[in-house]
Design a protein around this ligand. Structure first.
Ligand code: GTP
Ligand code: MG
Length: 649
């Protein structure tokens, strides 16, 4: 690395003393007018954990094999990791070429070719180099420049994500974090989140390759000076992200690919989950029906078949497992939260001894907490399955959003979750929502999508509930809106309920005011009730501002007390009678009163006064009615109390 970049990446005292790399080292160089940032990773198997924190964001790999030692166990593990992470391309450097003769070099070449056969490095240049003599360095530079030209760029427009690999404090600056910016950009004054944890921070300064910049973009090695956080509050494994753009999660559904040489990965196995710069302990739970069921995925936990007499000798595995070289769907249960997105690659290492056993792709960073050893869970994962490189992106997104909308039930999938959970680019959220609605898979209500099936069920449920309500309470004009929502859709999103009411109302199926009724609903009163209702209403209308006493109304109406009581309630719900304090007035009397007070103001001018005596005199009422009515006028903001009198407003 020093021969290539002029920088010795080994920073630690212990590294210098022992002559080995323990932790990540960084350097940069411009080669054939291309800016390269190098992440030097430790080779020793004891430090693979650190190596993993360095390879998360790389676009290219330089696989280093010492010519005198050829392919070593750690070479295989590093190569496996690169393959599982789907590093797209690379170059192989055969170092210490000065220590090897032509035959040794050729032997090493052969072993390397065998190792990489059929992989992304199949056919990659193998360049002998010597750091000692400098031989081959130019050829390595040419190879690097060449392979980098075919490397896809990183998404600059997406959400910002910088997995943190180092944190330190700089005198006069405060907290600095470094990492490879895997997507988005980081500019001065940007407000970001340190996740997991959700600590909000502000970017004070940005450096790329040791130089101050106003902004860093995806693909760059970056050092960021942060305001709003102490060094002790940030650690490798966290990420600097756009607030809300990623899921902080302890559960994820994923594809798992077990390495050909690894032991079978058992259901429930404890593993070390590596993603970004994080290492998190967790367990792997296999998704799908038990392997010994008919129709089960034959790649999961396959038995030994039949013996020569045709007897089924398959052992029913106690614990299903993904065999070496197998691929399956699994739910990852993490012991602490990770910051994940759909499409993330990750590595699994055994809990002990910590060797690399598998890797995979995150399909859903926030799956529902439902049973997973079922055919339904398996088919759900099949619908979520995709390949970030070869799949039709819009189509894969569409499938994922449809599944997630179904998962979300009546609560609906928010447009924000379409980005954080389903990985839809914010600029395409509306189009994807429209497409789903167009395919009659979902209904959009405000900022949420709810499945068409649930929406239809909700609408039918509303009609059913109202039908039952009208039957049970024929005198009710309908159900209070909130009561209907509680009854029908308590766990649902309010916007979805509102949309259902609006749709049913537009279709003239229901009638919505404070209460919701079927459009066909008519009050059905008995002749006695109807007569009482008419007489009561007349009594209040005639009473005007001196209404009858409610407790004596039954006699007036010639009805029984319960009937009179029901009719009084009905007239109040219909807003024919209005309660003022403990009194009931006919709505028309109150409207007339307000009109009269307004006309006083017109004739006497603004600021005219009205006191209790004047009110009694003018409207011919006693104090018993005058006081509540004046307070009513205050509440209606027609008058305002000033001392003992009132000013007409
Ligand atoms: N003769 C010769 N010696 C070399 C060459 N490259 C490295 N060495 C020596 O090999 C030893 C290990 O070199 P490093 O560059 O630390 O190897 P590394 O792969 O980074 O090792 P780790 O990071 O600890 O895994 C050192 O003593 C180097 O001086 C070379 O091209 N020729
Ligand atoms: Mg080293």
């Amino acid at each position: 690395m020093r021969a290539l970049t002029g920088t010795d990446p080994d920073r630690l005292k212990e590294e210098k003393a022992r002559g080995i790399t323990i932790d990540l080292g960084f350097a940069h160089a411009t080669i054939h007018a291309i800016n390269f940032a190098f992440v030097d990773v430790p080779g020793h198997e004891r430090f693979v954990k650190n190596m993993l924190a360095g390879v998360g964001g790389i676009d290219l790999v330089v696989l280093i094999v010492a010519a005198d030692e050829s392919v070593m166990p750690q070479t295989r593990e590093h190569f496996d990791i690169c393959r599982l992470l789907h590093v797209p391309a690379g170059v192989i450097a055969l170092t210490k070429s000065d220590l090897a003769d032509a035959d040794t070099l050729e032997l090493a070449r052969m072993e390397i070719r065998e190792l990489v056969a059929g992989s992304f490095l199949d056919g990659a240049p193998i360049v002998p180099v010597s750091a000692k003599t400098g031989e081959g360095l130019d050829a390595l530079r040419v190879a690097l420049a060449e392979v980098s030209r075919h490397t896809p760029g990183r998404p600059v427009e997406g959400a910002t994500r910088l997995p943190i690999d180092r944190v330190f404090s700089m005198k006069g600056f405060g907290t600095v974090v470094t990492g490879t910016l895997v997507s988005g950009r980081v500019g001065i004054d940007a407000e970001l989140t340190v996740a997991p944890g959700g600590r909000r921070v502000k970017v004070r300064g940005v450096q790329v390759h040791g130089e101050k910049q106003r902004e860093a973009v995806a693909g760059q090695r970056t050092a960021i000076n942060l305001a709003g956080v102490e060094v002790e509050e940030v650690a490798r494994g966290q990420a600097l992200v756009t607030p809300g753009a990623f899921e902080e999660t302890r559960l994820a559904d994923a594809i798992v690919e077990v390495l050909p040489g690894a032991k079978p990965l058992k259901h429930g196995a404890r593993v070390r989950f590596h993603q970004g710069t994080a290492e998190i302990l967790g367990r792997v739970a296999l998704i799908g029906p038990p392997a010994n069921n008919v129709g089960a995925d034959p790649r999961v936990g396959r038995g030994t078949g039949t013996n020569d007499r045709g007897v089924d000798t398959r052992v029913r595995p106690e614990t299903p497992a993904i065999p070496a070289g197998g691929r399956a769907f699994a739910r990852l249960r993490l012991e602490t939260p990770a910051v994940l997105a759909r499409g993330d690659r990750y590595i699994l290492r055994a809990y002990s001894p910590p060797v690399t056993i598998a890797g995979g792709l995150i399909l859903d960073p926030r799956p529902p907490r439902t049973a997973i050893r079922t055919a339904a869970a398996l088919s759900r994962c099949q619908r979520l399955d995709f390949d970030p490189v070869s799949s039709d992106r819009a189509e894969a997104e569409q499938r994922a959003v449809a599944v997630m909308v179904e998962d979300s039930g009546p609560a609906g999938l928010s447009l924000a979750a379409m980005t954080s959970r389903a990985g839809v680019d914010p600029t395409r959220v509306d189009a994807q929502a429209d497409a789903l609605v167009g395919a009659t898979l979902a209904v959009r209500a405000g900022d949420v999508l709810v499945s068409n099936a649930i929406y239809t069920r909700l609408k039918n449920g509303i009609v059913g509930t109202l039908t039952a309500h009208h039957k049970a309470q024929p005198l009710s004009e309908g159900m209070p809106r909130e009561e209907l929502r509680e009854h029908q859709f308590a766990r649902g999103h309010a916007a979805v309920f509102d949309r259902a009411l609006a749709d049913l109302s537009a279709a003239s199926t229901i009638f919505v005011k404070d209460r919701v009724a079927l459009a066909t609903h008519r009050l059905e009163l008995t002749p006695e009730e109807d007569r009482a209702r008419i007489l009561i209403e007349r009594a209040y209308r005639d009473g005007g501002l001196k209404p009858p006493d409610a407790s004596a109304i039954a006699a007036t109406a010639g009805a029984t007390a319960p009937v009179a009581e029901r009719m009084l309630k009905l007239l109040q719900r219909q807003k024919v009678l209005v309660r003022v304090d403990v009194l009931l007035f006919h709505d028309e009397a109150l409207k007339q009163l307000k009109a009269d007070v307004t006309s006083i103001k017109v004739s006497a001018g603004a600021g005219a006064r009205l006191d209790v005596a004047m009110f009694k005199e003018r409207f011919g009422v006693t104090r018993k009615f005058a006081i509540p009515l004046l307070e009513f006028l205050d509440r209606e903001r027609l008058t305002k109390r000033v001392g003992d009198a009132r000013v007409i407003l």
